[in-house]
Design a protein around this ligand. Structure first.
Ligand code: SF4
Ligand code: MG
Length: 328
């Protein structure tokens, strides 16, 4: 299978300024040495609490933020060092759908203007060609052609998210980063939008990076899932291995918080599950060794002094936790 997006050892550090002179006194390691790849046509889910660095990672891949270090390849081309101007040709192929459609849509622009704007900026299509494309994509996302003339506030949250999706897809991208696109929606609407995104993926041959803060949202849409904690991937695996055999205590805790319906075919697990306690530590001052140790019920001496490496335990199933590796 072809790799479309290849991210290797990417870091994004933000300087922390302090003192009267506002000098740099440290760094917030929002993304700290992250590597993964996404195949063509695949969906990689990325899950983590707010503050885990998942949105920053998405913005770095799309070059909305410059990476501090590391390699990002898109279709075999290194894009991590491209200046804004040189990145423009790739921008059409790589789009993003944000969480809050109300905040990301300019309320003074009509739906037609909003959806056609990327074509205006990124292509040289004529007015008529833009209009035709807009009508085509509006209908594809389940709105009516006549809705073009309305304004965002005339739509429900779910419909507004469809407008954002249309805006992202109108340039025929190959790759779409979905940054919590359904988190702000009611549960019943979430399923509709997720199904739409899945249908569009098949229809248009899209590759997705799907960011979410809980494992239930990405379960149906993802092929593989990565779990992030304080800027690092702590576990990454094929969806089925991750949900049936979570190895990292943090992943286990996240799965425990998804309600299980106890039926005969699907009995709720009896054994004591790992509960997540406490808050995410300050990312500007993370714990030594394993950064999860302050919340991990299985933490032991080694966890405070040695940082666990992401290690492949089964084919394609990687975890970073000392429970699975020998002390060197
Ligand atoms: Fe818990 Fe230690 Fe594993 Fe970290 S390395 S997850 S603290 S057991
Ligand atoms: Mg976010």
């Amino acid at each position: 299978q072809d790799v479309l997006v290849d991210v290797q050892n990417v870091k994004k550090y933000f300087p922390i300024k302090g003192g009267i002179l506002k000098r740099t006194i440290g760094h917030l390691k929002a993304v700290d040495d992250v590597s993964f790849h996404i195949h063509k046509g695949e969906t990689l889910g990325i899950v983590g609490e707010s503050g885990s660095g998942k949105s920053t990672l998405g913005r770095v891949i799309l070059r909305l933020l410059d990476p501090t270090e590391g390699s990002i390849q898109f279709s075999g081309t290194e894009i991590s060092h491209l200046k804004r101007r040189h990145f423009r040709p790739y921008r059409r192929d790589m789009q993003i759908v944000f969480q809050d459609p109300f905040a990301s849509l300019n309320s003074k622009m009509s739906v037609a203007e909003l959806i056609e704007e990327p074509l205006l900026v990124q292509t040289s299509l004529t007015r008529l060609e833009r209009k035709e494309k807009a009508i085509e994509i509006i209908e594809k996302v389940g709105l009516r052609a006549a809705d073009r003339l309305k304004y965002p506030h005339e739509f429900s949250g779910g419909q507004r998210q469809r407008i954002s999706i249309a805006r992202a897809l109108i340039t025929n991208p190959k790759f779409v980063i979905c940054d919590e696109p359904v988190s702000a929606l009611d549960v019943s609407i979430q399923a509709q939008v997720l199904n739409l995104m899945k249908d569009l993926q098949e229809d248009l041959g899209l590759t997705y990076l799907f960011i979410a803060h809980d494992l239930s949202v990405v379960k149906h849409i993802s092929d593989r899932v990565a779990v992030m904690y304080l800027g690092r991937i702590v576990e990454i695996a094929d969806k089925h291995s991750l949900y049936s055999n979570p190895l990292h205590p943090y992943t286990q805790a996240l799965l425990t918080s998804i309600p299980v319906i106890d039926t005969d075919e699907n009995p709720a697990p009896k054994e004591e599950k790992i509960k997540l306690t406490g808050d995410l530590p300050n990312p500007a001052n993370p714990p030594s060794g394993c950064t999860f140790r302050t919340r991990c019920p299985l933490a032991h001496d080694r966890c405070a002094v040695e940082r666990p490496e992401l290690t492949e335990l089964e084919k394609g199933h990687f975890v970073s936790c000392h429970l699975y590796t020998q002390e060197k």
